[in-house]
Design a binder for this molecule. Sequence first.
Ligand code: TRP
Length: 339
Amino acid sequence: MSNAKTRVLTGITTSGTPHLGNYVGAIKPAIEASQDPNVEPFYFLADYHALIKCQDPKRVQQSRLEIAATWLALGLDTDNAVFYRQSDIPEIPELMWMLSCVCAKGLMNRAHAYKAAVADNEEAGNQDADKGVTMGLFGYPVLMAADILMFNAHKVPVGRDQIQHIEMARDIAGRFNHLYKGNYFVQPEAVVDEKTEVLKGLDGRKMSKSYDNTIPLFAPEKKLQKLVRKIKTNSLEPGEPKDPDTCTLFQIYAAFANTEEAAAMREQYAAGIGWGDAKNQVFDYLNTHLQAPRERYSALLEDPGHIENVLQQGAERAREEATRTIEALRAAMGLGRFS
Ligand code: TRP
């Protein structure tokens, strides 16, 4: 593979159903990047990460299928992008172990997710500050470092909450390079898209599966309509001017619409459009734009064998590189062949 290109890598934890916020914040920019000939994208289903927070096998399995189908339905170019499942690359957990042996435990003590779990325990007055904390949760950033360092990614698009993990990956990479005296790993950089954090959910808080306020990207038409009607607005009457900048409904619309369409909607807000009318317009717009990918999505879900093939091909491409890399790392660490 040529190295003049920028290698962009990101993982999607497979523990839920993709929603509009995921689309705007992560999927859409990633798919656009997959069409850029100067980018070498590595996109994967972080299904080992899913096991940390979800121990319901049906849900993990379903989510993997839905997320893969979503990316394909939205036009991911899998000729350019290497699209794979983390669990199809056994070299990744192997690398995780190698990295665990150079990673300071103290670094993991500072990870946000772990610290939040400890803080919750302390607040609840639990004797054991680590109650409910698995080694998976504690070592989560090392697995993520392995995902990234395995493929020497330059750029890692993530949400703001993940920046710390990229910094940890850099730290671990630096330590490994220093200890084993070589340039084994590239230092990855986090890329945070401004839009990632801003899309709000039905209740006006950040759209997130943890708040249960999401609009599933491929909700059937009727359901989509129902959810759009549920978006929280204020009590202003038709005829009263409304502020688009503090309005979740407008924000969702603007995330999909082009500049002119958004400007036209702003004018309607200023002119006092009624909430019912605004919601109908937003629903119609979303529904029209999501219809074709939704149909492709349904067709893909009916054909899991096809999805499996696509992912197997991606795994093959990823492993071609991963097996070479891991062999060099084994040798560097004193685990090389005898002859
Ligand atoms: N932890 C990331 C999240 O929850 C998902 C992820 C796993 C990831 N491995 C990664 C993202 C590697 C970027 C790079 O969003």
